[in-house]
Write a protein that binds this ligand. Structure first.
Ligand code: NI
Ligand code: MN
Length: 225
């Protein structure tokens, strides 16, 4: 599994010969100006919640590639009305896709569309594949529900928000990584706006002190499982 960081909370995942985009927000992200949205491959677009910084480029990518949107019921309906194919899920549900199993997990956050329409309840995803398992938390607070995850799945990588203010910050993310029993963390949802700028060295040091590895990728770089 190859996981490429496309800035903010956007990932591109290659697994089992499929391309998955998570929470595309590229054209509105000054930091991601070197990423060409038009060249991204997608078979699936996973969406954690309806906020603009997670859905901005969904329509363009889905219409160009024919990718299927995977998200909560309300978000899949919203894009369905735009003529985009989707697979609706809800919290706690798992579905076997051709690349692996996906579970929609709990997240504590909010989820309205940019026009104020209801975007269902926010979530995260667990991907279980033959090439490894990852937990993508989405925008969320630290929550006790994260303790349920290792009872069913052992993530090889936890993708956690670390920017604070709108989501968990560093200290909460360290506890979250304990809850999900995964010491390899890819940080996301930081630096994009003024409220979520972080000191990279301090963040890595804080995880290292707890014998955990925080990976912060340059936009366009990747990690492999
Ligand atoms: Ni959000
Ligand atoms: Mn966000």
């Amino acid at each position: 599994m190859k996981i490429t960081y496309l800035g903010h909370a956007c990932l591109s995942i290659e697994v089992a010969g499929k391309n998955i985009i998570v929470d595309p927000f590229i054209s509105g992200n000054e930091l991601a100006k070197d990423i060409d949205v038009e060249s991204l491959k997608a078979d699936y677009i996973l969406i954690t919640h309806a906020h603009e910084d997670h859905i901005l480029d969904v329509e363009a990518i889905a219409k160009r590639t024919g990718a299927k949107v995977v998200s909560n019921f309300e978000i899949v309906n919203y894009f369905g009305n735009l003529g985009i194919e989707g697979h609706p899920m809800n919290h706690g549900g798992t579905w076997q896709f051709d690349f692996g199993k996906v579970t929609y997990t709990n997240a504590i956050h909010s989820s309205s569309f940019p026009d104020g329409r209801y975007g269902g309840q926010p979530g995260g995803f667990i991907l279980e594949t033959n090439e490894g398992n990852i937990y993508i938390a989405g925008d969320t607070s630290l929550t006790m529900d994260m303790k349920l995850i290792p009872m069913q799945t052992n993530p090889d990588l936890a993708v956690l928000p670390i920017g604070d203010n709108f989501t968990m910050g560093i200290e909460s993310a360290i506890i979250a990584s304990d809850f999900v029993e995964c010491d390899k963390i890819l940080g996301y949802h930081y630096d994009t706006f003024g409220y979520i700028k972080i000191d990279h060295d301090k963040a890595k040091e804080a995880f290292k002190k707890r014998d955990k590895k925080l990976i912060l990728l340059n936009i366009g770089d990747f990690v492999e499982l």
